[in-house]
Design a protein around this ligand. Structure first.
Ligand code: ARG
Length: 502
């Protein structure tokens, strides 16, 4: 193949970027990353507490999808973290005199985040297990409970024990004790994991799952707040200790401080007497105001970001597209080859892969690269390739006679291009460009995979906050449709005007 050589060249150029370690798939939160270096875990033995005090913040990692342990609620349209473990770490931060920072992440990325120093402690309803003890140190326990099944109330008579799930689909959150229990103790059931518990509960309600295994308190909390759900004890063998905070190995002084807080909390029975009742209060008041439409601010924010990504990417995509189209048409062999490589490569790889590649690839070199910027770069680069082809076809559609005539009238090459070729080409390619614009607007939704809070990402937030799977999607579909429809009308209007001008 003619272009094989160019492609090979490109792969060789990009190879070093591939080799940079993609360190962590950590939180989607765009909060400033903590610059603490906890690599020297052993040395940290005595000064871990002091280090936190110097830093002035305690960064706590949790998967805030686990009422009454930790979950989110809304206050003045903003997300607020609540639950008894939130109260506990608040107390802990207060006791050691630092500010509390909460990082909400997937449960199965917490341990990695702790080991890489992205967070100082895990408070996420985590049971002490021997497996986990190999990589972290646990504080004293402050809570315990069995594992319960959450099921649809309509199945109450059919599903009564772990055995009744034979041949049925049981879910558990990835990385949890419960997901291990399903694979070990329920070999006849079809176990399926997901990262967010809220997605599992949505799946349960739409009967994609027959049951979801989780901690007793959480199952009861869900059942108490949803009259279609029911919770019962799984009676599966208990192999883990109680719930505790997890610290990096060797952070003993910090952990001792935590144990002092825990001791006080246990003595006064604060969790059962004060914090769990508080949490249920939040759940109740939240449930009342928790309609999909009450999340309009989420949609609005998402729409804003979608528009920003689209507008900025259209601009740069067009710019890149023009440059690469000219390069491709150029007589200079090198410029031509670069353009061919670029266009073929970007059209020949999935956009979602490109987005992740830019985010993690460039992100590995420039640590502070914001997801939004990475998304815009990827979308612009991708769009540039398509626009380049559209423009090239437009330029080639103009008969040479036009150029010759313009040149013989004394116009320079540049002038000919700007005043004769480009305006006519633009008219010819207008519909194709419009298509590209609409595609770009829709494809910007792919940027949600790297955590940019655009429309699709926000939709998923609303889904998990309201436990409604379909309605948020429908609303988002309508928003996209109104946008693209308006856009195509506007484009059509200009197309008509141009015909008129002709
Ligand atoms: N207790 C279980 C475990 O240790 C599940 C905890 C899940 N926590 C959460 N915040 N989602 O694996």
């Amino acid at each position: 193949m003619k272009y094989f050589k160019h492609l090979l060249m490109l792969i060789i150029i990009t190879f070093p970027i591939l080799c940079v370690p993609v360190s962590a798939l950590a939180a989607t939160e765009s909060s400033s990353s903590s610059s603490s270096s906890t690599n020297s875990a052993q040395v940290a033995e005595n000064d871990s507490l002091q280090k936190i005090k110097q830093k002035g913040t305690l960064v706590v990692g949790m998967s805030a999808d686990y009422p009454p342990y930790e979950f989110t609620t809304k206050e003045h349209g903003k997300t607020k973290y609540v639950g008894f473990e939130v109260s506990l770490v608040k107390q802990f931060a207060k006791d050691i005199g630092v500010k509390l920072v909460i990082k909400n992440m997937d449960f199965d990325s917490l341990l990695v985040a702790l080991e890489t120093g992205k967070i100082d402690v895990i408070a996420s309803g985590m049971n002490i297990t021997n497996e986990r003890k190999k990589s972290v140190d646990f504080s004293d326990t402050y809570y315990s409970g069995d594992s319960y099944f959450l099921i649809n109330k309509s199945d109450k008579d059919k599903l009564v024990s772990a055995k009744s799930f034979n041949g049925k689909t049981v879910g558990a959150q990835n990385g949890t004790l419960q997901s291990t229990m399903i694979s070990k103790d329920m070999p006849q059931a079809n176990g399926k994991g997901l990262t967010k518990l809220s997605s599992l509960v949505i799946g349960l309600q739409s009967h994609k799952y027959d049951g979801v295994l989780m901690d007793a308190a959480t199952a009861k909390a869900y059942a108490a707040n949803n009259s279609n759900l029911y919770a019962f004890n799984s009676k599966l063998p208990v192999t883990a200790g109680g719930i505790a905070l997890a610290f990096p190995k060797g952070d003993t002084s910090l952990m001792n401080a935590a144990n002092q807080t825990i001791k006080k909390v246990n003595q006064e029975d604060l969790i059962n007497k004060k914090w769990i009742p508080e949490a249920s209060q939040y759940m109740k008041s939240y449930k009342k105001q928790n309609t999909v439409l009450s999340y309009w601010r989420y949609f609005a924010k998402g729409l804003g970001y979608t528009l920003i990504i689209t507008i900025v990417s259209v601009f740069f995509g067009f710019l890149l597209g023009t440059i690469f189209a000219l390069m491709r048409l150029s007589k200079n062999k090198i410029l031509h080859s670069i353009a061919v490589c670029y266009i073929e490569f970007l059209r020949g790889t999935p956009m979602m892969v490109q987005i992740m590649f830019v985010y993690f690839g460039i992100g590995a070199i420039i640590q502070s690269l914001p997801a939004l910027l990475a998304g815009i770069i990827a979308v612009s680069l991708n769009s540039g390739a398509y626009v380049a082809e559209i423009i090239r076809s437009g330029i080639q559609s103009i008969p040479v006679g036009q150029t010759e005539a313009a040149r013989s009238l004394g116009m320079s090459k540049n002038e000919t291009f700007r005043y004769v070729v480009m305006p006519q080409a633009l008219k010819n390619i207008w519909p194709a460009l419009g298509n590209e614009l609409i595609t770009l607007l829709k494809d910007s939704s792919l940027v949600s995979v790297i955590g940019v809070t655009e429309l699709m990402f926000q939709t998923q937030l609303v889904q998990s906050a309201t436990y409604k799977g379909v309605l948020p999607l429908f609303i988002t579909m309508m928003i996209y449709f109104v946008l693209t429809f308006t856009l195509s009308r506007i484009l059509l209007y200009f197309e008509g005007r141009m015909k008129h001008a002709h």
